[in-house]
Design a protein around this ligand. Structure first.
Ligand SMILES: [Mn+2]
Length: 409
């Protein structure tokens, strides 16, 4: 269920004469209207196949034979996306954990293809992100123009996509995200998920909880929406509810969630109370407007200092003036510059253990692919911060002296 329709249905359920029905429901759609919640109801749709071909892995040993490691699919050393077989940031390909290990990969990018959004298109974002019509997006190299660090020093790989069945319950899709994140982590690389909708964050969080244990990793959650609606519409979880489920199932502690950019028509009093009770560290746009971006960013950095960090970036956290290609656009929000600054600062200050950039809808982007290019730059800024940290930069507000003073006076 999408973010906009859900409150409408919810409001309908409680304002109709069926208040008694609503009272016996869990706050979502009343049970009587949701027969699919009852497994014994003949109307309930079930998977009839044990296996889903979409998730069957290719037998890599069947050939062609090759040594484990990274390989470039392209003929040319340098080339824009339209002369290439596109990969994320032009990175070489890895197909298995053995490839990641043999290649000593630092950053394993993979495409995510879940599309549970009111306005369809998110599942095509990974495809688009590999082929932006922007030749500067192509090489996985280049100096960050704030801190003068070359992200090409990181060993990057394109780890392919996580499949998602666009007709199935999201449980199976999240299992696949979980699996791929786990494969990457087990190869000591940092998973960077690209594309799809925000629900996939749940697969990241379960994989991270499995590896590190709950309470070890803090989540930086940039979003217009708090994503803690009660799960509704008979679904396991959706892109507006996964945070609540993650907290209630103990996948993550509420006070390990730091949210930035919340605004719009939600949450209401009930959910805000839930957020306070579970000690989420939320930073509404209201706080940014009142105290200014610098103060709020400083507070976020202070709250997360010394922690392992997982970044989950919903592109609708950014003002649609800068990022129109999203499924649930919400006016106001972070500027492109603020978002870029935050990514770079987090990469410098914290040990980034995973990151994921979602809710980009290429069908709703402008002709310049403004949203896609911004998402690309957000990824690069985080990577620049990560590499800067490896090179000994410790100040999240560090700038390359040569880039803030021309010295010609
Ligand atoms: Mn979201």
């Amino acid at each position: 269920m999408n973010k906009l329709l859900l409150p409408v249905l919810f409001a309908f359920s409680v304002t109709s004469a069926a208040a008694a029905i609503a009272a016996e429901s869990d706050g979502g759609i009343p049970y009587k209207w949701a027969p699919w919640k009852d497994p014994n109801n003949p109307l309930t749709l079930k998977m009839t196949e044990e296996k889903d071909v979409l998730f069957e892995r290719r037998d890599q040993s069947a050939g062609p034979k090759r040594e484990p490691g990274l390989y470039y699919p392209n003929r040319y050393n340098f080339g824009p996306t339209w002369t290439s077989i596109p990969t994320f940031l032009g990175a070489p390909i890895a197909q298995t954990p053995a490839d990641l290990k043999a290649g000593k990969v630092d950053i394993a990018m993979f495409g995510m293809t879940v599309g549970d959004q009111m306005l369809p298109g998110g599942r095509f974002a990974a495809l688009q992100m590999r082929s932006l019509i922007d030749y500067l997006s192509y090489p996985a190299q280049g100096e960050d123009q704030f801190i003068g660090v070359d992200i090409g020093k990181l060993v990057m790989a394109d780890y392919g996509n996580a499949a998602a069945n666009w007709m199935a319950d999201n449980q199976i899709n999240l299992d696949e995200v979980h699996k791929i994140v786990s494969e990457i982590i087990s190869a000591d690389a940092i998973p960077v998920g690209i594309g799809g909708t925000h629900i996939q964050s749940y697969g990241f969080m379960t994989a991270l909880a499995e590896k590190y244990g709950p309470g070890e990793v803090a989540v930086i959650h940039i979003d217009a929406h708090y994503d803690a609606y009660k799960a509704g519409a008979g679904r396991f979880v959706h892109n507006g509810s996964f945070m609540k489920l993650a907290v209630e199932k103990g996948v993550i502690n509420g006070n390990d969630i730091i949210q930035v950019g919340l605004r719009g028509s939600t949450p209401g009093a009930y959910d805000l109370n839930w957020m306070r009770k579970n000690k989420l560290r939320f930073h509404f746009q209201a706080e940014i407007e009142k105290n200014g971006w610098d103060a709020v960013m400083a507070k976020v950095l202070e709250e997360v200092k010394g922690r392992k960090v997982y970044v989950t970036f919903d592109m609708d956290g950014v003002d649609p003036a800068y990022a129109p290609g999203v499924g649930t656009a919400e006016p106001d929000g972070l500027t492109a510059g603020q978002a870029i600054q935050l990514m770079r600062a987090l990469g410098i200050q914290n040990e980034i253990v995973a990151a994921e950039f979602n809710e980009y809808n290429p069908f709703l982007d402008d002709a310049h692919q403004t949203t896609g290019i911004l998402m690309d730059r957000l990824i690069r800024s985080l990577l620049a911060g990560i590499q800067g940290r490896r090179e000994g930069i410790t100040d999240p507000y560090y700038y390359d002296p040569e880039r803030i003073n021309h010295g010609s006076d």
